[in-house]
Design a protein around this ligand. Structure first.
Ligand SMILES: [Zn+2]
Length: 123
């Protein structure tokens, strides 16, 4: 299986940088770059994804110092727009939470309205 084609999935063989970068939107790619820069050589990143609006980076084996790095990136991601990298906050207006800046929140609303404009489905 070509894991690079499955961003965000668990990959116990370890993520390539390509898979890691493809797993989040461009506003968080610099956070992934930090995660790769500080990763100890004997640690494998097994998953990178957005969950409940923040960046999650899972790795093996457990490394306490690297855990501080990934936890910090998780916390910081809650203040950075995943789409564009500007200062953002958690957008809880929809079932799927995202951290977005004010402009991207407007863009998201417009996309939702466009998506549902001809729908009769009750939302
Ligand atoms: Zn934004």
């Amino acid at each position: 299986m070509e894991f690079d084609s499955y961003p965000g999935m668990v990959n116990t063989r370890g993520y390539t940088a390509k898979q890691a970068f493809k797993s989040v939107d461009k506003g968080w790619r610099h956070l992934v770059r930090v995660a790769l820069k500080y990763k100890p050589v004997d640690v494998r990143i097994i998953q990178v994804k957005e969950k409940f609006g923040t960046l999650r980076i899972y790795f093996e084996p457990y490394d306490p110092a690297y855990n501080v790095v990934t936890n910090t990136l998780n916390a910081v991601s809650g203040f950075i727009c995943e789409w564009c990298g500007n200062i953002g906050s958690l957008d809880k207006r929809y079932m799927y939470m995202l951290t977005l800046c004010p402009s991207c929140k407007i863009l998201r609303t417009q996309k939702k309205e466009e998506m549902y404009k001809d729908s009769d489905v009750v939302i």
